[in-house]
Design a binder for this molecule. Sequence first.
Ligand code: AGP
Length: 594
Amino acid sequence: MCGIIGYIGDKEKKKIIIEGLRELEYRGYDSAGISVFSDNELHSFKTTGKLINLEKKCENFSSSGFGLAIGHTRWATHGKATEINAHPHSAEFSNIVHNGIIENYAILKKDLEKKGHIFLSQTDTEVVVHLFEENLLHLKDSTLAFKETIKALKGSYAILLITKKENDKIFYAKNGSPLIIGTDGSDIYFASSSTPLIGLVKDVCYLEDGEVGYMDKNNFKSLKNIIPLSGTKISSQKDGYRYFMEKEIYEQHKVLQDTISSRILEDKIELNLPKDFLKDINSITICACGTSYHAGLSAKYIFEREAKIKTDAIIASEFRYSNPIMRKDELFIVISQSGETADTLEALKLANKNGLKTLAVCNVENSSMVREAKYSLLTRAGIEKGVASTKAYATQVMLLWILGIYIAEIKQSISKENIKKQIKNMNEAIKATMINPKIHDRLKKLSKRYLHGHGFFFIGRDIFYPLALEGALKLKEISYLHAEGYPGGEMKHGPIALADSELFTISLMPKHLLFDKIKSNTEELASRDATICAISQEIIDIADDMVLIDKFDSYMEEFFAMMIVLQILALEVAIRLGNDVDMPRNLAKSVTVE
Ligand code: AGP
């Protein structure tokens, strides 16, 4: 989604901003722009498409000496992905970049138009820079004018503004969208996520909602909660893989080891989560979006089966406005790769406001959700660059499984033998994610038979139902083919009406969980001429195609093995269709608007 970079200092400003934006590229965007303020001049460049276009556009521009710079990658919300709508937006003598949505922009715009302001773009953002200049006219003080401007805004924002009236300051404001300020001890950097700052700065401040002000080279220390920025820049190479997504699929067995490391011992589970915190809970609500929601839905099956605790998994955007009933003895878990997804973050804030016990299962240390939740557990998947989540999902399911057994132990709803068995299965499940090259080859060949037709059903039962949802989501995200996930038993209640030979059914058929049930459901579709591709460790006679996985002793091993098959199937179909697997159309890695 949209990305922001800002800089105050003497280095080559264009280079710093573009390199910063490049670190955010994987998050998805459709236009980009940069403004540099040096020698009393504001220089702006904007383009549609990829950063390479922006680089070309400003290749002859350079600035030396002290100056200010802001840059932006835009994921269109208000107005199409055109050059005019790209950020930075300008008024007469100021430029602005903004992430988020200004909900009351239409009223503000009308008012400003009456006062003679002329707008060029269709964006909500342009209003803010005009309002700033209008306020400055009356207040005669840039800081007061900026604060007055921010006061008038409704919605979510991370904003950087530079103005010719102040040659050493960048104005900033944050509400709902992340914004970080960092320093290397001399220069000042801004970014909408920590990734571009790693290696550049020593200390950072993650701004809180409601913070508004200006930054120059001397007032970094006045910020609250300054912390050192840990982490080292990790390689952003594809290491011989065709796409980051492919690399991330292949990394899963490794990152899963990191997820379990020091958390599962031979016969017990250790989590950095006080037992008291979980002792008195009587129900669990899980809130998340997209793939993270699918991981949450899988956890529902584990929590209820092993910990015997009533669990609901709800899509965050639905939860927020449903006047949810929230009980104090409820554990509220949010799941998120980025820790910044607006709907999930707002749901978490709501739960906190209502006094629930909150826990974030998240991949990004210091993200908004990790900071907002009472406790957090990190999934340790490492940076995930493919927009379509793979390794983050695998680590979420694994960590939630561990958490389920941990809660079961605290609630004394599980026997010692079962804990041991679960731990053994976890270790085996990780082995099941080691990719057998024969299976990858098989899927590569198979993929050419699944490029047409009028859609896909992915079916599964029990915990394989959320896996079916995830398989369908992976396929539609990167192949743009229509795919739906369904519980196997639900097909005859309507969806089976679509069955014919051009309808492809991917059936998840684990030997160790409800095998006969899913077999009957698959037969019902086969007898209506649907084309069946079965994924199983058993040979399925009625299937048109089969992906035979290895022999496993537990359904969770089968779960992780099938997860790999679904991810590779989506990958190979998308590659055959010639799509940009890592940055699929219309999608963003981190969805920071609701
Ligand atoms: C996954 O492939 C998606 N691109 C998307 O559904 C994602 O899982 C969702 O937007 C939630 O993101 P989060 O995990 O960062 O909160």
